[in-house]
Write a protein that binds this ligand. Structure first.
Ligand code: SAH
Length: 244
């Protein structure tokens, strides 16, 4: 069934008013007609089954047939912090990370990231938000993952230090990294921050800062993963362990 995230004010009691872009998609791209059913999400974890009304007039409405809770949201809220990199890799991380179950994406710049500027153009932000939305609709997420403004790795560590959320940082130096399973076994599982390094990895100094901030260093196994692989494997392994 086709799924659409709509702004909550499009849903009033039993009636849904579709915004222009979604109307266009339903009518002209999907060629759906009166009586067809779509799933509407209000980004609060609810799914509405909606029967389309007549499409004769300019705007499209539908009637809510039933409401239920989206069953697909992970119980653990994962924030994925990753090094800001080339556009195609970032887009891949946003799309696949949404499918896997990341709740919040938080890009950073560090001493070895390709990008060294935290500024993003409005056009890029809009594109990245659209990629997240489409992936969330396709993978049947109940909530849209959030996209933070890029920050420095120092700011990521400062946030970790100042709040109670547990943070795990992936470091390929196996001798120092504890296994993910073992680390997760003694952590509260309601929310976690996961930090994955850039192409060039983390410097020794950054790892020392991470330790000071209270991050736990974990290994993702004996093979070295590319940053975009690590950014997907880490949340997938964490949810696999926690959702059991
Ligand atoms: N240090 C290497 C590789 C960086 S890999 C280099 O200098 O080229 C990019 C990021 O992926 C790393 O910073 C780390 O966060 C993560 N990563 C990749 N393989 C990993 C592994 N086996 N265990 C833990 N983290 C890993």
């Amino acid at each position: 069934m086709n799924r659409f995230f709509l702004p909550p004010d499009c849903i009033n009691d039993q009636q849904v008013q579709f915004p222009a872009d979604v109307t266009h998609q339903i009518r002209n791209v999907l060629r759906m007609t009166r009586g067809d059913v779509v799933a509407v999400l209000d980004n609060s974890g609810r799914v509405y089954l909606v029967v389309l009304d007549s499409m004769a007039s300019g705007s499209l409405t539908g009637q809510v047939e039933s409401v239920r809770a989206a069953a697909s949201e992970p119980k653990t809220r994962l924030t994925l912090c990753f090094g800001l990199t080339s556009r195609d890799k970032v887009e891949w991380i946003l799309q696949k990370g949404t499918e896997v179950g990341v709740a919040r994406f938080s890009p950073f710049i560090s001493s070895r990231t390709l990008a060294q500027d935290t500024h993003l153009t409005d056009k890029k932000i809009a594109r990245w938000e659209r990629i997240i939305k489409e992936a969330a609709e396709q993978s049947q997420r109940g909530r849209l993952p959030e996209l933070d403004a890029p920050q420095t790795l120092g700011e990521v560590f400062a946030d970790v230090q100042s709040n109670d959320e547990a943070a795990l940082i992936a470091w390929e130096d196996a001798a120092q990294g504890q296994s993910l399973r073992q680390t997760l076994s003694d952590l509260p599982a309601d929310s976690l921050i996961l930090i994955v390094g850039p192409e060039g990895g983390f410097s020794e100094e950054e790892i020392a800062q991470a330790k000071t901030a209270g991050c736990r260093i974990v290994s993702l196994g004996p093979r070295i993963l590319r940053m975009e692989t690590a950014a997907i494997v880490m949340p997938a392994l964490v949810l696999f362990e926690l959702e059991n």
